[in-house]
Design a protein around this ligand. Structure first.
Ligand SMILES: [Zn+2]
Length: 214
């Protein structure tokens, strides 16, 4: 059954936001808005904006104003369906734009979860993060006993930015910029903190129980 509430997930890279968003979208019938997917869909469109997005992606930088233009378009297609978002909120300017999109569309951020994980654990997780080329699932190298995807047998790869230098840069951005986002949302809506240092199943159970309680 589709639900009409909306969820925002905050937390450092490696906290498992993408995995939780996917599970929550399935369980509650929410639309999962992902920046990568939105950009790719836009870049294949045969219009001026689509071509501009494609060129910007190839250069490796898409202005956040464009991304929010795309999010607004996605929102206009939602109708009564709820949405779950696990990105677009690393900086204060981004979260403010995101709040505007919600307000303009008459939607509330009903649940804002902060999935928190210690930095040391984040680094360990990201260094060991492996993805399947075929089914796109995420795995931890420490749980794998072969070089093939445990689910579908597909080939495994490491994300280009999952190297120590890039991970430390992301953590620094998180410390400096996302802490402002968290303070802003605490003030504006209230945040539900979830201990992200648990198994995927336990984090999911905790998030669901907080949703179901309301
Ligand atoms: Zn697979």
């Amino acid at each position: 059954m589709d639900s009409s509430f909306n969820i925002l997930l905050l937390g450092p890279s490696g906290a498992g936001k993408g995995t939780q968003a996917k599970l929550l979208a399935e369980k509650y019938g929410l639309k999962h808005l992902q920046s990568g997917e939105i950009l790719r869909n836009m870049a294949v469109q045969e219009n001026d904006f689509g071509r501009k997005v494609k060129a910007a992606m190839q250069e490796g930088f898409v202005p956040s104003e464009w991304i929010f233009k795309m999010i607004e378009e996605e929102f206009s297609k939602l109708g009564e369906q709820g949405v779950i978002i696990d990105g677009f909120s690393r900086k204060l300017s981004e979260i403010k734009m995101l709040c505007d999109v919600f307000e303009k569309n008459g939607k509330e951020m009903d649940f804002v979860f902060l999935i928190d994980v210690e930095e040391k654990k984040v680094i360990e997780r990201l260094i060991n993060r492996r993805l399947c080329r075929d089914c796109k699932q995420v795995f931890d190298a420490r749980d794998m006993d072969s070089a093939k995807c445990p689910s579908c047998g597909g080939g495994i790869y490491i994300r280009e930015d999952d190297n120590l230098e890039s991970i430390e840069r992301r953590l620094e951005d998180y410390r400096n910029e996302t802490s402002l986002v968290i303070d802003f949302m605490k003030e504006k809506r209230g945040i539900i903190e979830i201990n992200g240092d648990q198994s995927v199943e336990d984090v999911f159970k905790e998030v669901c129980s907080r949703i179901d309680k309301k």
